[in-house]
Design a protein around this ligand. Structure first.
Ligand code: PHE
Ligand code: NA
Length: 449
């Protein structure tokens, strides 16, 4: 059973798997969300808590998802079911996969709308639309975009189609090919932009903001955000990494591979911060500007700097690529499930899921305009879907996966798959059995009180 291949195909090599999983991980979460939540939560101390969460919770859970997927070689629901059976335990665990598919649709719906903003800004930058703009003008431009459902809907639709086209083409001709082209481009763009940021006067201020730990600024709320973001940024707790793991070559060690993915995602987030905050500081702007940080402050900053239009354009192309490779991975678990469970054609499964995601995304388009009065727990659809996925569904899904692997799955299976030294395996086991579940529970409980 362990040596069979997924019917969807498999990655050509361990490196392709690393790049594909990194393509999933590196997205709007790194370049849009991480800098703005770091700004909102005071900088350094938040970054430190986030790094701790990645290392002690995120990485062990990622190893777990990869090994489950690779052992079962199926979609997440099928994988959880088959590992339950193999371990003689209840197959109710497959319910985690169901929550994950729902989370995937929810995330896609707001992700695609933000990606749509990025596409709009690629156009704006290319045509020099914000050259020399003041903060007021750039703010008005961004708010004008949000107030315009038609434009938002068009970009949301275009982005959804871009994703469908790749996913429908399959693991090798779609996902893998996109990975081979887009990931090198992403790394080159990132380094160019880092070099540009290092040449600005604000680099030291940006560096200090991110790495000076001021714990007085830390709240339980910020810890929840950091923990939730560590799941979001590594694409954990909703089946994506499990689905990608199902296509991983047998030979490669799960442990080392996952460390590489986690390290790459973290490096990209830190570089994004180091590319953005210096520009913010060298123009005397507010790091706590929230979700608009990237869309208001940055164009202003770029608009006033030498070669700013050019680098601004590169910047938004970079984010567009990152968002694209992540959105592709959001669809993969459910598409694989529809194909494997119901024998659907991959094309049909992708289009069906794409329509569901697209329709759901309309609520996020409307959140900023015609539906802004519809709120749930005081949040519009966009904020609500962002909040419950990142801060609740993904940590919960991740913890259930951890409990499953730590307590219900035969230990020997984990050991065979993860393939690390005895000490590293013990560390994994302690994290998955105790550290991760306890940490998430504490943070949840504190935030409920
Ligand atoms: N990890 C992606 C990011 O940081 C978001 C994502 C979450 C992608 C879940 C796929 C699955 O932007
Ligand atoms: Na990420």
């Amino acid at each position: 059973m362990q040596n069979k291949m997924s019917i969807q195909g498999s990655w050509a090599s361990r490196w392709i798997f690393i790049l594909a999983a990194t393509g999933s991980a590196v997205g709007l979460g790194n370049i849009w969300k991480f800098p703005y939540i770091t700004g909102e939560n005071g900088g350094g101390a938040f970054v430190l808590v986030y790094l701790v969460c990645i290392l002690f919770v995120g990485i062990p859970i990622m190893m777990t998802e990869v090994f489950i997927g690779r052992r079962a070689r199926r979609n997440p629901i099928g994988a959880l079911e088959s590992l339950s059976e193999e371990s003689n335990t209840s197959t109710a665990w497959k319910g985690i996969g169901l929550i994950g598919m729902l989370a995937g649709v929810f995330i896609f719906s707001f992700y695609s709308v933000v990606a749509g903003w990025v596409l709009q800004y690629i156009q704006t930058m290319a045509t020099g639309g914000l050259n020399g703009a003041t903060s007021e003008q750039a703010g008005a431009y961004f708010n004008g975009l949000l107030a315009d459902p038609q434009t938002l809907l068009i970009w949301h639709s275009i982005f959804t189609v871009m994703v469908i086209v790749v996913v429908a083409a399959g693991v090798n001709k779609g996902l893998e090919r996109a990975t081979r082209i887009m990931m090198p481009a992403l790394f080159v763009l990132l380094l160019v932009l880092l070099g540009y940021a290092m040449s600005t006067d604000g680099f030291a201020a940006g560096w200090n903001f991110m790495f000076e730990f001021d714990f007085s600024k830390l709240s339980w709320d910020a810890v929840l955000v950091a923990l939730g973001h560590s799941f979001f940024t590594l694409s954990l707790g909703m089946g994506t990494i499990m689905a990608y793991g199902a296509y991983m070559p047998k030979k490669a060690s799960v442990g080392g591979t996952v460390l590489a993915i986690g390290a790459l995602d973290t490096i990209v987030a830190l570089i994004a911060g180091l590319a953005i905050f210096p520009i913010i500081f060298s123009n005397g702007m507010d790091p706590a500007a929230g979700p608009g940080l990237m869309f208001i402050s940055l164009p202003v900053a770029f608009g006033q700097m030498a070669f700013g239009q050019f680098f601004g354009l590169l910047f938004f192309i970079l984010i567009g690529i990152a968002a694209w490779t992540s959105a592709i991975s959001l669809m993969e678990p459910t598409v694989a499930f529809l194909v494997e469970k119901f024998g659907m054609k991959r094309l049909n499964a992708t289009v069906l899921l794409g329509i569901v995601c697209w329709a759901m995304g309309i609520t996020c388009v409307g959140s900023f305009n015609f539906m802004s009065d519809y709120t749930l727990f005081g949040k519009n659809a966009f904020d609500f879907l962002d909040f419950i996925t990142a801060n609740i569904m993904m940590p919960l899904g991740g913890i259930l996966i951890a409990l499953f692997a730590g307590w219900a799955v035969k230990e020997q299976f984990a050991k065979e798959e993860i393939g690390v030294s005895d000490i590293a395996f013990s560390a994994w086991k302690i994290s998955i059995r105790f550290v991760a579940p306890v940490a998430v529970t504490i943070v949840f409980v504190y935030n409920l009180l």
